[in-house]
Design a protein around this ligand. Structure first.
Ligand SMILES: *[C@@H]1O[C@H](CO)[C@@H](O)[C@H](O)[C@H]1NC(C)=O
Length: 469
């Protein structure tokens, strides 16, 4: 039997007994916004390179031709349907491919991709309600955040990709909730998850990174179904795993929510730009400078904005996390641009935008002006600055001895951070920008409407059938 201090057991019991009515309204609101945000990211990356390769590898012999085939789940942004495990896999790869999701800054995890791509296909094939979906999503999210908090910061610093290594717990928490597992079964499922929990930072910038989220949903389904049949595990499995993968372990974080601790979902920061969150204040500053180059907002990128030739140096001062996480000087692929502060600054200055198009393979490899601006960026760090804060000093060459030679832009809270969150209108625009090409404007409008009223939906299929193309 588990003892009273068993943190895994406390978390499992709390989530197993959690009722929709216990969720604060703000939690429900963020859950709905997250669902919209991640569906947008997944459809926006329908044709991303890792997703195309994964489809070629997994789909041909498994796709289901008839849309009404029982048990088949939707591959978002595609016409085919497939079994639920493969659907969570392919939706997960797409959702994470652009790194355009969301972040909890305390641990830099990106929890929503896994949580949604695990629970939504499962809810679809079992015709669950919107409320059940939201409850499963929140259970998944809070499970991952609790585990991540317990192992931070050393886990990530030692080379683990924390979103990857903690995501199997998330998917398991979500599926366990949807399966209505008992506290014993729920805790055992988390034990099974601990045996499937991995992911390193060595694979950043490669297709393997997307595999992390891809695998989570399938792992959660296996763990949950086994536990439902009383496939057993040890007491305190999360604590045991945490002690192995962290040298700064705080197991008390695991059961914190069960003891009345705060909902971690309330600290969600949605990403306004498709790259590492620590680059976001730099992009804000560069976009501000771009606007001063342009005339009435009109700049032809091909001609090069006025002022760029003159720009000799961009000196960045930011939190040391910036260099630890995103110091790739010359990314060669879209996947590598996610980790390049230099690329983020350059595209904002050259194009006046930082949307997925500016983080593509083509811009990464082939834009000489972007390459040249990357080389003009230098960085110094200051641990007193927060992650969402930065100073950028722009120095022009021609005015070297004049008072206009340098200009400093200070960003106090980057767009999308908790101090400057994305608005509902911005989230809707982000969704439209990513999905219009695949769904068409009319369907986009319907998906947005449907997400906002998820809590009154009897069957989530009403939403999911809009996501097929
Ligand atoms: C949507 O796209 C437009 C045009 O590329 C861009 O200016 C705008 O910032 C984008 N909005 C969001 C929220 O990404």
């Amino acid at each position: 039997m588990a003892n009273a201090k068993d943190e895994t057991r406390q978390l499992a019991t709390f989530l197993s007994q959690l009722k929709y009515e216990q969720l604060p309204q703000e939690v429900v609101d963020i859950a709905k916004a997250s669902i919209l945000n991640i569906i947008g990211c997944a459809i926006g990356s329908s044709d991303a390179s890792p997703r195309r390769k994964a489809i070629a590898a997994l789909l041909p012999d498994k796709s289901v031709e008839t849309p009404s085939a029982p048990g088949a789940a939707t591959i978002w942004g595609r016409p085919e349907r497939t079994d639920v495990e493969t659907a969570t896999f392919l939706n997960g790869i797409a959702a994470t491919a652009g790194d355009y999701d969301d972040t909890l800054l305390r641990t830099v995890i990106h929890p929503s991709c896994t949580a949604i791509t695990a629970v939504l296909p499962w809810a679809e094939v079992h015709h669950l309600s919107g409320k059940e979906l939201i409850l499963g999503f929140v259970a998944a999210f809070e499970t991952q955040a609790a585990v991540a908090n317990a192992i931070s910061p050393s886990h990530y610093d030692n080379g683990w990709h924390i979103t990857g290594s903690t995501g199997s717990f998330s998917a398991t928490g979500g599926i366990a909730k949807l399966l209505q597992l008992t506290p014993d079964q729920f805790a055992a499922a988390l034990g099974h998850a601990s045996s499937m929990a991995s992911g390193t930072r060595a694979v950043f910038g490669t297709d393997t990174k997307t595999l992390h989220v891809g695998l989570h949903g399938r792992n959660g389904i296996v763990a949950g179904k086994l536990a439902q049949h009383n496939f057993g595990s040890c007491p305190a499995p999360i604590e045991a795993w945490a002690r192995l993968v962290s040298t700064t372990v705080d197991t008390g974080c695991i059961g914190e929510l069960a003891r009345g601790g705060p909902w971690q979902i309330l600290t969600t920061a949605f990403k306004p730009y498709p790259c590492g969150v620590v680059i976001h204040p730099l992009i804000d500053a560069c976009l501000e400078v771009f606007r001063s180059f342009s005339i009435n907002g009109e700049v032809k990128a091909t001609e090069g904005p006025r002022g760029l030739d003159d720009l000799a140096e961009i000196q960045v001062t930011a939190n040391p996390q910036l260099v630890r996480l995103c110091n790739v000087r010359h990314p060669r692929t879209g996947l590598e641009t996610i980790f390049s502060l230099y690329h983020g600054c350059a595209v904002a200055l050259v194009y006046g935008r930082a949307t997925p198009a500016e983080f593509s393979d083509d811009v990464a490899a082939n834009d000489p002006l972007v390459h040249s601006i990357r080389d003009r960026v230098s960085v110094q760090t200051d641990p007193k600055l927060r992650d969402d804060e930065a100073y950028l000093t722009f120095t022009s060459s021609s005015k070297a001895n004049s008072p206009q030679a340098t200009r400093t832009v200070y960003i106090k809270h980057a767009t999308g951070s908790l101090g400057n969150p994305m608005t509902k209108v911005q989230l809707e625009e982000k969704f439209l920008n990513q999905t219009e090409k695949y769904l068409g404007r009319e369907k986009v409008r319907k998906v947005i409407e449907t997400c906002w009223k998820l809590d009154s939906m009897e069957d989530v299929c009403e939403l999911v059938r809009l996501l097929a193309t």
